[in-house]
Design a protein around this ligand. Structure first.
Ligand SMILES: [Zn+2]
Length: 157
């Protein structure tokens, strides 16, 4: 299931694209390690198996899951709070059981991430605020007052 980012239309602005791809090159390995570790851990908790995991530089999706069990993640999720990244990973892994956004899907997500509604709202706000510029995401997350979870993801004074 493709999870499109609303308002994340790519502008034909070469500076933006170049900057973004430099940031991508610099962070893709780290993103891959973090994401693969979290996908592995959550897949066994949820009880799903997957095929390939790819980490991509895409400006319109946080993640996607195909009927062949392949998962794609946007490298930008490296810059999110751990809680939001976790939500995106759980969301995509749950698509391995329910490849749609039906009530059954959300019930499944809620088993592993009860505050999914708030996470969805937070992601939409993030998309509008940052237009998915990696550096803007970093700045946003640093000022971020997490409404979802424990004090560990509150900004340090
Ligand atoms: Zn989805």
């Amino acid at each position: 299931m493709f999870d499109r980012i609303k308002g994340g239309k790519q502008r034909k602005n070469s500076i933006r694209v170049t900057r973004s791809s430099l940031i991508y090159q610099k962070h893709v390995e780290q993103a891959r390690q973090v994401i693969l570790g979290e996908v592995h851990a959550w897949a066994s908790r949820i009880g799903v198996t997957y095929n390939n995991v790819r980490v991509k530089n895409q400006s319109r999706r946080w993640g996607s899951c195909s009927s062949l069990g392949n998962l794609n993640f946007n490298f930008r999720i490296l810059f999110l709070s751990p809680t939001l990244r976790e939500y995106i990973i759980i969301h995509e892994l749950c698509h391995l059981k329910e490849l749609n956004h039906s009530r059954r899907f959300w019930t499944l997500v809620a088993q592993y991430y009860p505050a999914y509604d708030e996470a969805e709202r937070e992601l939409r706000l993030l998309e509008q605020t940052t237009r998915l510029e990696p550096l803007a995401i970093v700045a946003y997350v640093q000022n971020y007052q997490c409404t979802l979870c424990a004090p560990e993801c509150q900004p340090k004074p």
